[in-house]
Design a protein around this ligand. Sequence first.
Ligand SMILES: [Zn+2]
Length: 419
Amino acid sequence: MTFASVLDAARAAEGELVELTQALVRVPSVNPPGEAYRDAVTLLGERLGELGYAVGYHEAEGRPEHSVRYPRVNVLGRLGDGHPTVHLNGHIDVVPAGAGWTVDPFAGVVRDGKLYGRGTADMKAGIAAAVYAVEILRRTGHTLRGSVELSGTVDEESGGHAGVAWLCERGVVRRERIDHVIIPEPLNPDRVCVGHRGVYWFKVTARGRVAHGSMPFLGKSAIDHLCHVIERMRTELVPALGARSTEMPVVPAAARHATLNVNAIVGGQAGREPQTPCVADHAEAIFDRRFLLEEGFERAREEIVELLARAEREDGARSFELEDLLVFHPVRTPDGSPLISALERAIERVYARKAQRVASPGTYDHKHFARLAGIESCVAYGPGTLELAHQPDEHVVVEELVHATAVMALALLELGVFG
Ligand SMILES: [Zn+2]
């Protein structure tokens, strides 16, 4: 019986799954700044080569962050040339370890059935699961009918411009060849993630007029102007955003609304010593607006433009500039995608309970596959718990790693990649 043999083969591969995850974790591919990327992708590339993949390395030539000191290198392995093609993608970069660890964050310690380390959950265990999902199908006597692409990419944690985005822009990742994409991000192994909200980062700069600080009435304070805008956002915009909900199943449920966060604020003589008595003629703040599929970017931006214009109209002394820093549009896998149903059915078999369909509160590389390569059938599915990502003592439960590998294998089988 196929199901039992695949699950047994995943269990038998437990040691190899742990070993590959450990090997990847022991390469501290920390971003920022983009440490040891070449070592990490070479390790993955060599393993794929040993397993029979045709392996290519892709340096993000032309990207400003691709430097001699910190090269941005991606790896892509290809197995077979038929259809359907499933592309399995994992980012090899991890966020800095930070404080509060009780184990060495780059040692890959296994304790009480848990594998610890920065990047275990997010997402080196996911990469190992992708590799062995394919292997256990071969070991259980299945034949490759379609093809598999397996990529290890950089910089997901900082936007993915030199990683997945670059591969899509350069045509290395192509819609003509790829039918489905699975990104084994840690979204809990009984959940399928079908997309994310949009991101709009912008900077508001307020201008004022300098004057002596003992006679502030002679000047115009840029800090006062900016505070007015932030207060407006807090009392008018934020409640309005909180009242808007998306149909997308974003988790946690509190993130099912539009949100706004102030990322940074600076003005006047901030950080300068000694201070002088001056009215601030300059202040700026950076905002992180998460917008819903139902809102769209244009509306989200227009709201900010209007808010600033109103503040200017009410007081002629106020003047603001708006600068767009970053825009990622929301993405959603079409409901009828066979990829979603294949994974959900596989989860139901392995976990003997109904799979949960979710969307992510943050973004991940799905946006680039969808927007740049035009690949609609893309989901995130992988081992590891979302809440543990980026935390001290990040870990993946070894049994979950095994189960998620079996789920991915069963989905590849159902999609007809193997027969
Ligand atoms: Zn991640």
